[in-house]
Write a protein that binds this ligand. Sequence first.
Ligand code: NZQ
Ligand code: ZN
Length: 389
Amino acid sequence: MENFNWYNPTRIIFGRGCHREAGIWTAKYSRKVLLVYGGKSLKATGTYDAVTKSLKDAGVAYTELSGIRPNPRLNPVYEGIEICKREAIDFVLAVGGGSVIDTGKAIALGVCYNGDVWDLYGKGVKPEKKLHMGVVLTIPAAGSESSDGSVITREEGLLKRSCCSDLLFPDFAILNPELCYTLPKEQIRAGGADILAHVMERYFAPNSNNDLTDRLCEGAMKTLMKNLPVVLEDVTNYDAWAEVMWTGNVAHSGLLGKGRMDDWASHNIEHELSALYDIPHGTGLAVIFPAWMKYVYREHSWRFVQFGQRVFGIKTEGKTTDEICWEAIEDLEDFYHRIGLPASLRELGIDESNFDRMAAKATGNDGYTLGSFKKLTKNDVKEIYGLAL
Ligand code: NZQ
Ligand code: ZN
């Protein structure tokens, strides 16, 4: 096991009805907040009324920034920073999914940064301060509610970049599985694929001698694969949603990568797709991850054998290592297929015309490599897009 230090200060408030406590938790930090949310869903589902009532009941005044779209853009971040500065707001409450939360994080950083907040995204400038912030999660997917990251797309050049910092853990995150009952199937599938990917980016590590972390990852993957089909069939199944939501949180809280190296190549390869084609991040991952696996599995094939045996129950007797690895990858593809995720870029209406451009963007034109399971160059990334076609 490699040395590590693990820090995750986000308080998780989990369970039925708990979004109505948003005001109480917010009031511990501020009485004047920016309320950030997305499109129509929040008002249509009644969550907006419940959260704003709880803020009023707790004596918290709020100014709204709404209309945050999936694959969130930079301009609304500037708008939010401007509002906070103008109205002396010192707390951000993000109510939504990864896009809303990441926008809230960027605003909370930008208010405290003396310069263009974009400097903190992919340019290596480290933030030193941020406003306090809280989250009410409405979709289990990105894991941003207790992650150290924020992902924003700059409109100019469609650059989708991350900022990572210990500062970015929210102070609290409220997770009520009942809020998931209104999710469209497309978002449930995409969210599930993202959760699975967050585990796999950590599971497929070159390191051995890391048994507890391996088994935590395997437990998370099996729990997700068991419960996601249940909520797709029965969208108001509280118990199954509770498992999915809790798995989504644990998957990206940092715990599942301890004592080993993370990979994140598939995420970086996917981010170019969702930046350029505006597809849901998780949907892109369902297509990219198997392609990445086919390209890299020979590097540390023992890990794919373990994945096949422990997650899919593959019997190995009489089979070659290659056969077992392919069976494991095909079992994963079958899972995606069974829950209705696409199997190829073509199914998403994407052809090879931008492969070169995306591979160049993902690797800084071969200025750096991606991943740790196998270090990928621009050409490798292009090959992986090809395998996903
Ligand atoms: O906009 P509205 O109308 O609210 O609809 C949203 C949105 O269209 C809808 N939705 C959310 N909760 C709902 C609901 N509809 C009905 N009922 C509900 N309860 O879902 C749609 C997708 O929302 P979004 O926030 O985009 O989803 P997600 O959580 O998947 O976030 C994706 C973003 O997070 C980034 C992705 O790249 C992408 O930009 N990520 C952030 C990470 C992080 N900060 O740690 C890590 C991830 O790997 C990821 O990269
Ligand atoms: Zn992700």
